[in-house]
Design a protein around this ligand. Structure first.
Ligand code: ADP
Length: 447
């Protein structure tokens, strides 16, 4: 096992990784920007190294500074968390070239899945159903028009290098196609340095259902069930739950088996998530995330595994300690993402945290790096806490979630807690009766 791990991230996920390392007796190195000197991951790590100024491109995205920090601290391995460099194939390759272990998949798999067109091709070849669409980039308007006419409107133009819910445009009718194509290409070039776009059938009322997998270096692959992440705003998830209220036992078993088979075929290792849209009983692959996900705790809560520990074990070359039939799913879990933002306008609300009190009690977990007196910097993602609740069934989980949301005190900032409180009181959410468009209708923020 590793002796020392550098955590190339910040906030709650840096703390989450640090906790797993500490339980395993692994020393930790925190890296941080000048804006994060007082951050919890810096305070709790065995060592901390400042890697640059506040803007992420100068610190958390600064590959050279991170590799230098790993070298001078004598770390064996680097955990990227999510976001920042987690899905940067060049970074993964450089980590390995410099003699450190990357705690995640190989750079080839990260590269392959980071390009959405390639990812769809690989998935299709591995036997996974994909969203109908152009099999490659569309080169011009004429080609785009041909695909769209064939599939029928609405269609979705997607940047092959897109991510984080950005780089997509819905086209409702033929007369919108040319300008949407032009705009998405320009935006994709500016945001991702790659103007390639492709076309997909736009599904109008799907759910977002994703399957968690875990694979080792020895060909062992298991799936850890699904998560339902249909509660989204601007293609960004706000609430996640496991299992999905929309699947029956047979659908659950079938998609789990299908994904496991495909992952074996691809030769992937580490944790990974295959994302699907699910409509009228059919699954359609949209992408694979080659990293730990924000919402991994709901899976941990229903299967009793520590996914970060498993990632560390797999990266160190250990075989999985269990088989598919050893995995027992128990109860229901829901995660609320708590952002520092106005719950109605969604404008960011960084600043000084006053009184802070996190809920607790049976079945309640809070993953957060907040504390009273901490100043949330304006430079990074607005996620400040994840409230994860587990219950014997969905109903108990919801009761507990209402209770826990009511206890949570984060003074000094505007947060999404009031929005979550409205959600857990809504009969449609309570019935599990929602698709990916539901939240935008509910908040009145659909464009
Ligand atoms: P990103 O990498 O930016 O997260 P994804 O491909 O995972 O992009 O899509 C994110 C979200 O966008 C999905 O969860 C879904 O809400 C929406 N979406 C993506 N593709 C489609 C589609 N073909 N039809 C309808 N909605 C889609």
């Amino acid at each position: 096992m590793f002796e020392k791990v550098l955590i190339a991230n910040r906030g709650e996920i840096a703390l989450r990784i640090l906790r797993a390392c500490r339980e395993m007796g692994i020393r930790t190195v925190a890296v941080h920007s000048t804006a994060d000197t007082d951050a919890m991951h810096v305070r709790l790590a065995d060592e901390a190294i400042c890697i640059g100024p506040a803007p992420a491109r100068d610190s958390y995205l600064n590959i050279q500074a991170i590799l230098t920090a790993a070298a001078i601290s004598n770390a064996d391995a680097i955990h990227p968390g999510y976001g920042f460099l987690a899905e940067n194939a060049d970074f993964v390759a450089m980590v390995e070239e410099h003699g450190f272990t990357f705690i995640g998949p190989s750079s080839e798999h990260v590269r392959q899945m980071g390009d959405k067109i390639t990812a769809k091709r690989v998935a299709r070849e591995a036997g996974i159903p994909v969203v109908p669409g152009s099999d490659g980039p569309v080169r011009n308007e004429e080609e785009a028009r041909r695909f769209s006419d064939d599939m029928g409107y609405p269609v979705l133009i997607k940047a092959t290098a897109g991510g984080g819910g950005r780089g997509m445009k819905v086209v409702n009718a033929p007369n919108e196609l040319a300008s949407a194509l032009d705009l998405t290409r320009k935006e994709a070039q500016a945001a991702f340095g790659n103007a390639d776009v492709y076309i997909e059938k736009f599904l109008t009322q799907p759910r977002h259902i994703e399957v968690q997998v875990l694979a080792d270096h020895h060909g062992n692959v298991v799936h850890l069930g699904e998560r339902d992440c249909s509660m989204q705003r601007r293609h960004q998830k706000l609430v996640e739950e496991a299992p999905s209220p929309a699947l029956n036992a047979e659908q659950r078993r079938d998609i789990g088996n299908l994904v496991t088979k495909a992952i074996k075929k691809i030769g992937y290792r580490s944790v990974g998530t295959i994302e699907f849209l699910f409509e009228d009983g059919e699954f359609y692959f949209i992408e694979m995330n080659t990293r730990l996900q924000v919402e991994h705790p709901v899976t941990e809560m229903i299967c009793g595994l520590d996914l970060v520990r498993e990632m560390l074990r797999v990266a160190a070359g250990a075989p999985l300690g269990f088989k598919q039939e050893d995995i027992r799913f128990s109860g229901h879990a829901i995660e609320c993402r708590i952002n520092a933002e106005n719950p109605e306008t969604f404008l960011p609300s960084p600043g000084l945290v006053g009184d802070y009190y996190a809920p607790g009690g049976l079945g309640v977990r809070v993953d957060s790096a907040l504390y009273s007196g901490y100043r949330v910097p304006p430079h990074y993602d607005s996620l400040i806490a994840k409230l994860i609740v587990h219950g014997a069934n969905r109903n108990e989980c919801l009761m507990r979630l209402r209770r826990a949301l009511g206890e949570y005190v984060i003074d000094g900032l505007e947060t999404s807690i009031p929005l979550h409180q409205r959600l857990v009181a809504n009969p449609e959410f309570v019935n599990g009766d929602y698709d990916i468009g539901w939240l935008e209708d509910f908040t009145g923020t659909n464009d």
